[in-house]
Design a protein around this ligand. Structure first.
Ligand code: ZN
Ligand code: ZN
Length: 628
């Protein structure tokens, strides 16, 4: 296979090359060899190649090999291949070099074809051939290569083993990777890191941590794998703790990859103080403020409830890409700042950015928050018709939210029934929520029964159905749902709220008495209750999923976690400080009403992140406009 390139010119156009034995030629060969080594750019290499051709070095095996390798290093694969094909009897070095070029350019099939050709031509592979072949290869291929290496007795070579281990690890075959690793005579940084990656990917973080701890030398890649393992598996506390450990370690400095992972952990925690600390660390340590770092900062600030900080980062990103725009649009939307989100969307279109499915999640969410039914329908169409983006479950979720909020329950129900993808429990849940709000018992029952039949009901389904009955005063039905839930064996996920005060996260569960300042917290709640009653508040007992007789008894214990967190925030921060709470579940309507009043009575801004959105409570009202 020879493709025509400037270098395939027939050699007879030039004078015959001097005899290889002449002194003159010998000197020039060394010069030529040196010239290739010194090439810094592809342009320079092409010139050198032309120069060599003019001087008759058409078939010098060593020079041809060097040129082939240099073209590969400049990612000029077709030129490297042409030279390879012109090599009369390629040896192991030529083969391995071209195989390596294909694998690092993610063309494993071509690499394998050449490997076959090589075996057919009777050239024996060596350890480098195997380690090259194993890069980027599939799990299936890794297994085949492994058995070949056993046959050729190359399996004990450290390069081969490390490459195979890496291939198994990438393919998720923990057992094979582990076996190879365990029988390695010498473990090095690369093989240990590959094994740690393998465990971390599979979520076995205790094993990867054990291996990590046992390592004598660790580089930044190794730290990053371990930190990111915790972030990716929802253990942001551990991720942050390990990052702090990394800062005190010698000989290693965090890089861009490290901070991206830790920023994501701060976002998961909703920990603004940690996020700010990391931001100043990035600035102080001159970690490059790339668009990726900027976007991760926006995302973190939005998730930690500080839109002001997110905006100022957004403004500082010079080369904004669509991901950065999306983060800011979605950020505005989840905080209920619909106009800002939509304005940003039109600015983004003004810059001719192609919106993605994420953009439309933000846009539709914004419409939903502001009750912009007509606009929402329009964007939903636009997304499909003009941008060719097929709606995903999240887009349907926004539409159901939008229509449900506006009381257009039938339209929402039709939309869900006619979806081209399978609706998920979250989607059904928001439709049920709309039924509760608009007291549409018939449709609510319909949906709930359908979900119970299909085995799709979760604790949220039962609670919503019970709330629908309670809102209509159907207490017998409430009791029936409670029995159904008990029989199904589904339990309510315990609610839990976090609040950060002076760099420490305090966690509360419902009726919690474990906090050292428990007495002060309950005293504060008592005081608040008095003030709330004076404002005409009465507890929304109907939303509690219990037998009516038990309500009195249970209510004493049923102090929801967010109330405890708010009370703690009030006693432990200075007047006027914004209180930020992160809650794992959807906030209940009683806590929502109470928090609105607390913001009015105390003059505090309270920002609450629940499972799906932010609530900004200011002076008696909430940014969600009582729909969530
Ligand atoms: Zn509550
Ligand atoms: Zn709200």
């Amino acid at each position: 296979m020879t493709s025509l390139t400037p270098f395939t010119t027939p050699s007879n156009l030039y004078p015959a090359p001097p005899s290889p034995t002449s002194i003159h030629h010998h000197l020039r060969f060394e010069q030529a060899s040196l010239l290739i080594d010194k090439c810094q750019t592809i342009h320079h290499l092409l010139q050198t190649h032309a120069y060599l051709l003019r001087h008759g070095f058409h078939h010098h095996p060593i020079l041809t090999f060097k040129l082939q390798r240099s073209y590969s290093s400049f990612s000029r694969l077709h030129l490297a291949r042409t030279l390879f094909d012109q090599t009369p009897n390629p040896n192991i070095f030529s083969y391995t070099s071209i195989i390596h070029s294909y694998t690092i350019n993610s063309l494993p099939n071509q690499a394998i074809l050449l490997y076959h050709q090589m075996l057919e031509n009777g050239v024996q592979p060596n350890a480098f051939t195997f380690s090259s072949l194993s890069k980027n290869c599939s799990l299936q291929l890794a297994k085949a290569l492994h058995s070949q290496s056993l046959k050729l007795s190359l399996d004990s070579d450290a390069y081969v083993r490390t490459a195979l281990l890496d291939a198994y690890a990438r393919g998720g075959d923990v057992n094979s990777a582990h076996q190879l690793f365990d029988t390695m005579p010498l473990r090095n940084l690369v093989s240990s890191t590959a094994m740690i990656t393998c465990y971390a990917k599979g979520g076995d973080l205790s094993k990867s941590q054990k291996l990590f701890d046992a390592m004598e030398e660790r580089d930044v890649v190794c730290w990053n794998v371990m930190i990111d393992g915790y972030t990716q598996h929802g253990l942001p506390d551990q991720s942050l703790a390990l990052f702090r450990e990394m800062l005190s370690a010698k000989d290693v400095r965090p890089n861009e990859v490290t901070v991206l992972s830790v920023l994501s952990a701060c976002g998961q925690l909703g920990s603004l103080e940690s996020g700010k600390w990391l931001h100043s660390y990035i600035e102080a340590n001159k970690i490059k403020f790339s668009v990726r770092v900027g976007t991760a900062l926006i995302d973190m600030y939005c998730k930690c409830g500080s839109l002001d900080d997110a905006c100022s980062v957004f403004d500082k990103i010079v080369d904004k890409d669509v991901v950065a725009w999306n983060s800011m649009i979605v950020g505005y939307a989840i905080h209920g700042l619909s106009q800002e989100a939509l304005q940003l969307f039109s600015r983004m279109r003004g810059w001719s950015f192609q919106p993605t499915d994420i953009t439309f999640i933000g846009v539709l969410n914004a419409c939903s928050h502001a009750g912009l039914v007509e606009e929402g329908r329009g964007f939903f169409r636009l997304m499909k018709d003009e941008f060719g983006i097929e709606p995903k479950i999240e887009h349907y979720g926004c539409m159901v939210d939008l229509l449900g909020r506006a009381g257009l329950l039938e339209e929402a129900y039709e939309l869900v029934k006619n979806m081209e993808i399978e609706p998920d429990p979250v989607l059904w849940g928001s439709l049920l929520g709309a039924c509760r709000l608009h007291k549409n018992i018939a449709l609510g029952e319909n949906i709930a029964e359908f979900l119970v039949d299909k085995g799709l009901a979760n604790s949220g389904t039962y609670i919503l159905l019970s709330n629908i009955y309670a809102a209509a005063g159907k207490w017998e039905e409430v009791a029936r749902v409670r029995t159904m839930m008990k029989d199904s064996g589904i339990r309510k996920e315990p609610g839990c709220s976090l609040i950060e005060v002076s760099n420490k996260t305090h966690e509360f569960v419902a009726g919690d008495l474990k906090h050292p300042e428990s007495k002060e917290i309950y005293d504060m709640l008592e005081e608040l209750n008095g003030l709330l009653k004076a404002q005409g508040y009465s507890p929304k007992t109907e939303i509690v999923l219990h037998d009516i007789k038990e309500i009195e008894k249970e209510r004493v214990l049923e102090v929801h976690s967010e109330k405890l967190a708010i009370a703690f925030g009030l006693i432990s921060t200075r007047p006027g400080t914004t209180i930020r709470i992160v809650k794992n579940l959807r906030v209940c309507s009683d806590c929502h009403a109470v928090t609105k009043l607390i913001s009015k009575i105390t003059g505090r801004k309270i920002i609450l992140r629940d499972r799906s959105r932010f609530h900004h409570f200011v002076d008696g009202s909430c940014s969600c406009r009582d729909y969530w």
